[in-house]
Each structure stands twice: as C-alpha cells, then as structure tokens.
Design a protein around this ligand. Structure first.
Ligand SMILES: Nc1ncnc2c1ncn2[C@@H]1O[C@H](COP(=O)(O)OP(=O)(O)O)[C@@H](O)[C@H]1O
Ligand SMILES: [Mg+2]
Length: 337
C-alpha cells in the first residue's frame, strides 16, 4: 500500500499501457495481496464531507461489515468502490486494478463488473421493468461468460433456485414481484457475474426471516466455494455477526472503530460504537430464532416483510437488538436453515 504502488495504478490505466483484455494493468499481482485496498479515501459533496480519510483492506475470501448511523458515509464508500461515485481523494485498488477513475471502455467496464458487484437496499430502480427475472439473469450470464445456450439456461435456473424463486416467479416482470422477491433477483443477478467482491448495501435485512437465513447460508457457501469477498453494509447486527469476520464503524465519514466483528460487537471500545449498539431500535423485539421456530409467525412475517421495499422492517431492528443485548447466538456461518 505504498505510494509507489498506488502511483503505478494511476498511470497503468491507459488503453496502450494496460493488458490487452481490459486496458488496465495489474498493480500488485502476487498471492496474499488484498482483493480490495481502500486508502485515504475521501468524498465531498460541496461542503459536506461524506467520506473522510477512510482506509481498509479486504483479503480474498474475506468479509467486512461497515456499520454506522444513517448518513455516516457507508453507501458513498460502496458507490466509490463500484465506480458510481468518483473519489475526491484517495485510492481504491480492487483485484490489483485502480478503480479511482472511470472505466475507459465497455471492455474495462465488463472486467470491472466481474470483479465487483453491488446490491442496494431497493433494487427496483436497477431492474429493467420490461425484463423477466430469467431475462435479467440471462443477460448477465451472457455478458460475463461464454456458455452454450443449454448450459446458460441451466445456470439461470440454478441461480433462481438458489435465491428461492420458483418457475412462475422466474418468468415474472419486476412489478409482479414483492420487494423481497425483487431483492433476491438483484442478489442472483450480482452472483451471476461471479464477482470477486460482492457489496451488499442493506440488501438482505429486509428479507423475511426464512429467506434471509437461506440467502445468508447461500452467501456463506458461495464464499467457501469461490473465495468471493463480501462487504456488508447493514443495520442488522445479527446479519453482520453471521456473515462477517471484520467490522468497521463509521461516524461522520470517519472510521471510529475497527476490528474482529465479535470483538467490536461484544466489547466495543469507542463510545460511539457503544451508543450505536445500545440505540438500535427495539420495537416488537423477538430473537430471529424464535421467529424461525414458529411456522405461523414465519408465514405472516414472510408476507409482511416481503412486501416492504427498502424499509427497515421490524424484524431487522429486532435481530439487531437481539445481538446487541447478547441474546442471539448468531454463530458465524450459521446452521439455521
Ligand atoms: N449525491 C449526493 N449529493 C450530496 N450529498 C450526498 C450525496 N450522496 C450522499 N450525500 C451525503 O453524504 C453523506 C453520507 O451519505 P451516505 O453515504 O448515503 O450515508 P449512509 O449510507 O451511511 O447512510 C450524507 O450527509 C448524505 O446526505
Ligand atoms: Mg446508505
């Protein structure tokens, strides 16, 4: 993470200088290199400093949570990593390539898409209203992988099944799906690219309890199989605990605390982290595993939570509180199918 390495990245992104396939050159090749290195990252919107000197690294097959109150800069970091916002200062190196600057060509964009995918809280806007689920997934599979049509169809079917959508839903348009179902389409679509880094920005917390468990288990399995790395932005500390090894805590654009997820959640050092853990809303608190244990609650919860797009569902707050007060097991890797 020396200046020399970063300068190399900055100068390497010429179509002439880079490798033939992407026009981008490798910055650091060898094994042991982080899959993502964010250094002294800053973003200002006018007078607002949304992200202020943020540095972190993510190992291959690593998983990191970003937590912090609303407006602390979490989404802005995610957008800069994926290339939707341009940093005011600092650098982002993903898979050995500098991403602080816009992609120069469609080929570069495609290569970057295979490296980093993101799923936002409300995927409605990112799904084409005229495309069925199958078509949306097929498009991504086709873009990133050269496959026989039959193999492609099988892959699309496998992806829909992985995220728990049935054949009818696979042929539906986004408007024919609930919020939770659309969220699952967005996750399947991100996975279809087989990225090295997957960013989930409040993308799993609004799912109903049983589907959320299924998706979290799926994500854990995929990490084991493929070595994909996760950046998870979530209010739901039970989800943070289940899916991530490391956590950074953001406040006013700055990292105020970082460390192993269990340490940060169980023994927070920074007063702000303590406040954050204590101030998690607790209406209708019920630990997630209790919900899971009762089929009728699960069914009702499913209908309710699934229809909410992007809203911080009660279940989310409940799970977070459960963790904050130490009453949920929330063991990593999760065995709660
Ligand atoms: N496009 C934008 N224009 C102006 N201000 C923005 C923009 N995006 C984010 N901000 C501001 O940057 C800060 C961080 O926002 P954000 O990254 O969305 O926080 P979080 O995801 O943690 O809730 C907030 O003050 C927000 O209002
Ligand atoms: Mg956000």
């Amino acid at each position: 993470m020396s200046g020399a390495v970063l300068d190399g990245a900055a100068t390497g992104e010429g179509d002439a200088a880079g490798d033939a396939a992407t026009g981008e050159s490798d910055v650091e090749g060898g094994t042991g290199a982080p899959v993502l290195a964010v250094s002294s990252l800053e973003k200002s919107f006018g007078d607002v400093v949304a992200v202020d000197d943020v540095t972190f690294q993510l190992a291959p097959a690593g998983s990191m949570a970003i937590v912090g109150e609303s407006g602390s800069g979490k989404t802005t970091i995610a957008k800069m990593i994926v290339g939707l916002e341009r940093p005011t200062a600092g650098s982002i190196v993903a898979c050995g390539r500098d991403r602080s600057r816009p992609a120069r060509s469609a080929t570069q964009r495609r290569a970057r898409g295979r490296e980093v995918q993101i799923v936002f809280q409300d995927p409605y806007t990112s799904l084409d209203p005229r495309q069925t689920v199958e078509q949306a997934l097929d498009e991504v599979v086709r873009l990133h992988h050269r496959l026989e049509p039959s193999t492609r169809r099988a892959r699309v079917r496998a992806l829909t099944e992985l995220v728990g959508l049935d054949a009818r839903q696979a042929r539906a348009l986004p408007r024919g799906l609930s919020g939770g179902q659309r969220q699952r389409v967005a996750i399947a679509r991100a996975l279809a690219a087989e990225p090295r880094i997957l960013i989930l920005d409040e993308a799993v917390a609004a799912l109903d309890v049983s589907i959320q468990a299924q998706v979290l288990n799926l994500l854990a399995d995929i990490r084991e199989e493929t070595g994909v790395s996760y950046v998870l932005i979530s209010h739901d500390l039970a989800v943070v605990r289940q899916l991530t090894e490391e956590t950074i805590v953001m406040r006013h654009g700055k990292v105020v605390e970082r460390g192993a997820t269990s340490r940060v959640l169980d023994a927070p050092q920074d007063p702000y982290t303590r406040l954050l853990l204590e101030s998690v809303p607790r209406p209708g608190w019920r630990p997630a595993r209790h919900l899971k244990a009762r089929p009728e609650t699960q069914k009702n919860g499913s209908a309710a939570a699934d229809s909410v797009v992007g809203a911080p569902a009660a279940g989310r707050a409940a799970a977070a509180t459960a963790t904050a007060t130490g009453t949920t097991a929330g063991s990593k890797g999760g065995g709660d199918t």
